[in-house]
Design a protein around this ligand. Structure first.
Ligand code: ADP
Length: 653
């Protein structure tokens, strides 16, 4: 017979359990919602799998969730005949941090101990929430298509055990050995308590949630009339506790705010209320119902590869599939929701969905509806929109690059930092503020706002009173390659190519001036280029600098400095790019260097200056100098010279 094996929880799981057990979370009752959600998911999965493998169902075809209570033993069980788990799955799902999110969560907990409860709320702990009310949790499960069941047990004290079980039914039974209710706690063995909780949190679950209800009934005669004088007898009947009416198929007016919220929590496993709810009852040529939610907070795994679409597909109330990527583009993957249409085949497969015309049309409508909702929020409730943007802006932006058709609509929703002030701005607001003569939308990309705002590349623009957008998300560089223009105005990186800000009449003048200066500076420029051979492609006079002596710019089509850093950080090959060193001919330093060059020619001292000039440009763009030692050595030599000269000036000091 089977051996009982005891195993240790991964440290993080135990930390999580300790927190759950010892936290004074006030809504302990939600443990039942979590267990029912898991059961409902397991039934969904079975249903999906059985579409291609009928044998999985066997003769146990009536999918349901059963709640059983043993008042004497103080146990409460949630039983489903869903997909079940194999031994490996059990260990992975309930003993290790298989979900990368859990790890991220526990790490977040460690950093911010005091707000642990808030974080639990933000993350949701699903199955583990059982330990809020149970001193021991037992789980017996048999995976569909296998013939061995397993029993898992834990008191949440660091270890759990696994052994074989001779259970023959498919699915999972979770049994909680309930603690004695403390003061103010509900007694979860009471029928009415359970009934209320199910109604409150799980009414819309599409599978029946049944429970045996014991009633005393007076016996009746053949005609159904109570027999007079007969003693009441106990009768047990199975009752369905939930209405099973999918709320997405109800009219908007029939659904309360509370119901929307509870359904969201069921769907998303998030413990927080959603930021926004979008309910569509589409009628006419295309008939479908959809209920979509924008969460209030980004999940920890938003940028991890396993983060999939949050959409479920139903056909006439029947669950078809989870993570339905065809319903919304990947850049809207943060949206959780359900679509139910009568115009899609019940036997539709993932592959078929890609080419399904109805699905294509629904997707188009959903996307539009999401944009409309977001743009309404942006216009009417900026604070709420900022919250949305903070959490999901980075993901939404991906669409600028990937969804050509909707580029303009996504650009309308873009928020970015700017040299204008602290607040984020939309592109439209930027354009509204543009001085008449300004032709293009200027931007710069990099790691942080401060460095960017102080970047020498902005000097001439600032002097003109032109605003520059500061893009600091890692995705921005990539995203902006997809957005060449907005409302007829070109987006122009101020760190690339030429920046053309002068009006026509001044341009000629400037060109003449530049030509003259180029003649004067050509000797020095050639010398610097020779000295920096291999580091820069060109050295030329700048039109964008007013205060700083130098800056580096990229060729119009080349990678920018920030993109290079991103690629390097990701261990990606970075094509050797040589940038252009622009020097400011009006700067006193350059004037002096020119003089020095005229007098000394190619001296070692001037070579040092050229190197230092280059390193300065590298530093101001936020990159690292190639050799900090050499940089410091050169700087020290210079300081020493200056200090010695000064000391010589005032010998008594
Ligand atoms: P979540 O449900 O948020 O994924 P849980 O901690 O509640 O997290 O559950 C972890 C995993 O355990 C689930 O993702 C699922 O794979 C598995 N699981 C939990 N309950 C059941 C069940 N009743 N039937 C089958 N698998 C289950």
């Amino acid at each position: 017979m089977s051996q009982k094996e005891t195993m240790q929880f991964e440290t993080e799981i135990q930390q999580l359990l300790d927190l759950i057990i010892h936290s004074l979370y006030s809504h302990k009752e939600i443990f039942l919602r979590e267990l029912i959600s898991n059961a409902s998911d397991a039934l969904d999965k079975l249903k999906f799998e059985s579409q291609t493998n009928q044998d999985l169902l066997g003769d146990d075809t009536e999918l349901k969730i059963r709640i059983e209570v043993d008042r004497e033993a103080r146990t409460l069980s949630v039983i489903d005949n869903g997909i079940g788990m194999t031994r490996e799955e059990l260990i992975e799902n309930l003993g290790t941090i298989a979900k990368s999110g859990t790890k991220a969560f526990v790490e977040a907990l460690k950093e911010k101990k005091e707000s642990a409860l808030e974080l639990i709320g933000q993350f949701g702990v699903g199955f583990y929430s059982s330990f809020m009310v149970a001193e021991k949790v037992e789980l017996v499960t048999r995976a569909a298509g296998t013939d061995q069941a397993w029993r898992w047990e834990s008191a949440g004290d660091g270890s759990y055990s696994i052994e074989k079980s001779d259970e023959t039914r498919r699915g999972t039974r979770v049994t909680l050995h309930l603690r004695e209710p403390g003061e103010g706690d509900q007694d979860y063995t009471q029928e009415w308590v359970i009934r209320n909780i199910v109604r409150k949190y799980s009414d819309f679950v599409i599978y029946p949630i049944v429970m045996e209800i014991e009633r005393e009934e007076v016996p009746t005669d053949d005609e159904g009339k109570p027999i007079e004088g007969a003693k009441p007898v106990k009768k047990v009947t199975e009752e369905t506790l939930n209405s099973m009416k999918p709320i997405w198929n109800k009219r908007k007016s029939e659904v309360s705010e509370e119901e929307y919220k509870e359904f969201y929590k069921h769907l998303s496993h998030d413990w927080n209320d959603p930021l926004e709810t979008i309910h569509i009852n589409a009628e006419g040529i295309l008939e479908y119902n959809a209920l979509m939610y924008i969460p209030a907070q980004a999940p920890f795994d938003l940028f991890m590869p396993e983060n999939k679409s949050g959409m479920q597909l139903y056909v006439r109330n029947v669950f078809i599939m989870d993570n339905c990527e065809e319903l919304l583009p990947a850049y809207l993957r943060f949206i959780k929701g359900v679509v139910d249409s009568a115009d899609i085949s019940l036997n539709v497969s993932r592959e078929m969905l890609q080419h399904d015309r109805v699905v294509g049309k629904i997707r188009k409508n959903l996307v539009k509806k999401v944009f409309d909702t977001l743009s309404g929020m942006l216009g009417n409730d900026r604070e709420k929109y900022l919250k949305f943007w903070e959490n999901f802006g980075q993901v939404l932006k991906e669409g600028l690059h990937t969804d050509f058709e909707n580029r303009e609509a996504i650009a309308d929703l873009l928020l970015c930092a700017s040299t204008k002030g602290e607040e984020l701005t939309t592109l439209k607001e930027y354009i509204d503020r543009m001085p008449l003569e300004q032709k293009e939308i200027y931007y710069i990309t990099g790691e942080d706002r401060e460095t960017l705002a102080a970047s020498p590349h902005l000097e001439a623009l600032k002097e003109k009173g032109y605003e520059v957008l500061l893009f600091t998300d890692p995705v921005d560089e990539w995203v902006l390659q997809g957005l060449f223009e907005y409302q007829g105005k070109k987006l122009k990186s101020v760190a690339k190519g030429e920046v053309d800000i002068l009006p026509e009449e001044e341009k000629k003048e400037q060109e003449e001036k530049l030509k003259k200066l180029e003649d004067e500076f050509s000797g020095l420029l050639n010398f610097i280029k020779k000295t920096l051979d291999g580091k820069v492609a060109e050295v030329k006079l700048s039109q964008r600098l007013t205060a700083s002596p130098v800056c580096l710019v990229a060729d119009e089509n080349a990678l920018s400095a920030s993109m290079e850093r991103i690629l390097k950080a990701a261990n990606q090959p970075v094509p050797p790019s040589q940038r252009i060193l622009e020097v400011n001919p009006d700067h006193e330093l350059l004037k002096q260097m020119r003089e020095l060059h005229r007098r000394q020619g190619e001296s070692d001292e001037l070579k040092e200056f050229a190197e230092l000039l280059y390193d300065q440009a590298v530093l101001t763009e936020g990159s690292k100098v190639a050799s900090p030692e050499q940089f410091c050595a050169r700087l020290t030599r210079l300081m020493l010279q200056a200090a010695a000269a000064r000391a010589g000036e005032n010998p008594e000091n």
